[in-house]
Design a protein around this ligand. Structure first.
Ligand code: SF4
Length: 501
């Protein structure tokens, strides 16, 4: 399982993931660990729900006034000496980034983790111009060497186990390396050190952009973002237009909830704030700082009551770790850059071709675990339902599903039809039902029964059982004292009336 392959249909991608035992075990192990760390961190806080609500309010307010805060951020950053570029599409963002690289005659670019860069497929564009992109986040470095794409917002190489990484590094290094975390991290460090020193440009993402000062903040656990933003002479930062928060005070809340939700950490190891290019008194930093602010479909969600809240996302990855679907199939099966519940919502919203991407909204059980996990309370499960409704309204569902739903609609539209459908079902299942279960893998049951067992329709419906119970009670009344009998008869009469109503 390499990276995303949009030519393959969702169902096939899911089948491939389910058949990959290494992937399933690796994803299950890491998401389980991240989930329980997050749980512990939230419990230790004591008032996690209050923090979530505070985070939500900050994001709701910011996105509701995004134009104002974006302007404020841009103005302040320009005053500090930074260059700001707006890109309305991925293509435009790539062109801006490539132009800066060409002006600087860049040969190599060191990069810290940026999902926007993945969204732009920037590494391919750079490679096509003979510029070497070097991923310096350990997870990103691993998948770059493997020729793959990230399969988790925070842990890009979550689908790989230690042995696979050791094999990969051994191949690159030309010597057998043990599957030992310290040895493997040491190998990556030794390979990357020279790259930092040689790079012409450093490229980073942006966790939060602070409107009141024109600064932006990078969270990292490995220190590589700090290296990318201090060693090379030119820095390019890529940010989605929704990354803004109004003030440093708001950052306090974000810095408390993001790492806890993501990995269970109280704080990330490094939190770097960048306030413009290097000034005369600074010891380090880039001479030139460019920030590319990307729209790419985001502004279309503004003002949409069903989807605007998706812009509140702070990319913590907690919804992925909580999602029973993601935990079984990992990230590549979703087909695009973002995976898990947030990916199932963002992918159809940020891509125009709905025939290709609309179906990703089906990769969810709608259990709501993503909402419970989300530190800013985004109702992803509701959005998935709205996206499915869009698919139905646009006729993007298969013929069997449409027929099934039409039949269901008729069956539940009147009690008579419903009873008749039940009787037909009870009769029709007879050759297949054994001990209350249908295990046969035939027709529409084939996919369902591959991993679980379909329950058979009960021989007697609830209504039939209820009627029998009523009759038994009537019978038992004969044995009761006259006053109890009168009371019971009154209750039964009342119940009979409400049935008729
Ligand atoms: S939707 Fe919520 S839980 Fe998922 S990545 Fe975004 S902020 Fe985190």
């Amino acid at each position: 399982m390499g990276g995303f392959n949009p030519a393959v249909k969702l169902e096939e991608r899911i089948r491939q993931a389910l058949n990959d035992e290494f992937l399933r075990n690796a994803v299950k192990f890491t998401t389980g660990r991240l989930r329980s760390s997050k749980q512990q961190a939230a419990e230790q806080m004591g008032n996690w729900e209050e923090w979530r609500e505070r985070g939500r309010q900050i994001r709701l307010h910011t996105i509701a006034h995004l134009d104002y805060y974006l302007n404020q951020f841009v103005q302040n950053l320009r005053e500090a000496g930074g260059y700001v570029h707006f890109a309305s599409t991925a293509q435009e963002a790539v062109e801006i980034a490539m132009q800066i690289m060409e002006e600087k005659q860049a040969k190599s670019v060191v990069k810290s983790k940026s999902m926007v860069s993945e969204e732009l497929h920037l590494n391919d564009a750079m490679a096509a111009k003979g510029i070497e992109p070097v991923e310096t986040d350990l997870g990103e470095y691993i998948i770059q060497l493997a020729g793959e794409t990230p399969s988790h917002i925070l842990a890009p190489a979550i689908h790989k186990n230690r042995q696979q990484i050791a094999d990969l590094f051994s191949e690159i290094g030309g010597e057998k390396l043990p599957a030992d975390t310290a040895v493997l991290a040491g190998f990556a460090r030794s390979q990357l050190r020279e790259k930092f020193l040689q790079a012409d440009i450093g490229m980073t993402g942006c966790n939060f952009a602070i409107a009141e000062s024109g600064s932006f903040v990078l969270f990292s656990n490995e220190g590589n973002a700090r290296m990318c933003s201090t060693v090379p002479r030119t820095q390019i930062t890529l940010m989605g237009m929704e990354r803004i928060i109004p003030s440093w005070e708001d950052l306090e809340v974000m810095a408390a909830i993001l790492p806890r939700a993501a990995t269970g950490q109280k704080l990330t190891v490094y939190m770097s704030a960048i306030n413009g290019p290097k000034r005369a008194a600074d010891g380090d930093g880039p001479d030139e700082l460019h920030v590319i602010i990307l729209d790419n479909g985001r502004s279309q969600q503004l003002g949409d009551p069903e989807f605007q809240e998706v812009l509140n996302c702070i990319r913590c990855g907690a919804c992925l770790n909580a999602c029973p679907v993601y935990r079984h199939i990992g990230g590549h099966a979703y087909g695009w850059v973002y995976s898990g519940p947030i990916g199932a919502v963002l992918t159809p919203l940020l891509n125009e071709d709905q025939d290709q991407w609309g179906e990703v909204a089906n990769a969810s059980s709608l259990c709501g675990a993503c909402y419970e996990a989300c530190p800013v309370k985004i109702p992803l499960h509701d959005m998935l339902v709205y996206l499915r409704r869009r698919n139905v309204e646009a006729g993007r569902t298969d013929a069997t599903e449409r027929l099934g739903m039409k039949t269901y609609k008729v069956a539940v539209s009147s009690q008579r039809f419903y009873q008749l459908a039940l009787k037909l079902g009870q009769f029709g299942q007879k050759p297949l039902a054994r001990n209350g279960e249908i295990t046969a893998k035939v027709g529409p049951l084939e996919a369902w029964n591959r991993l679980r067992v379909a329950p058979a329709l009960a021989k007697k419906s609830f209504r039939d059982s209820w009627k029998e119970l009523d009759m038994e009670l009537q019978h038992e009344l004969v044995e009761l004292k006259p006053e109890t009998k009168a009371r019971m008869e009154a209750i039964l009469r009342k119940r009979g009336n409400s049935h008729e109503n």
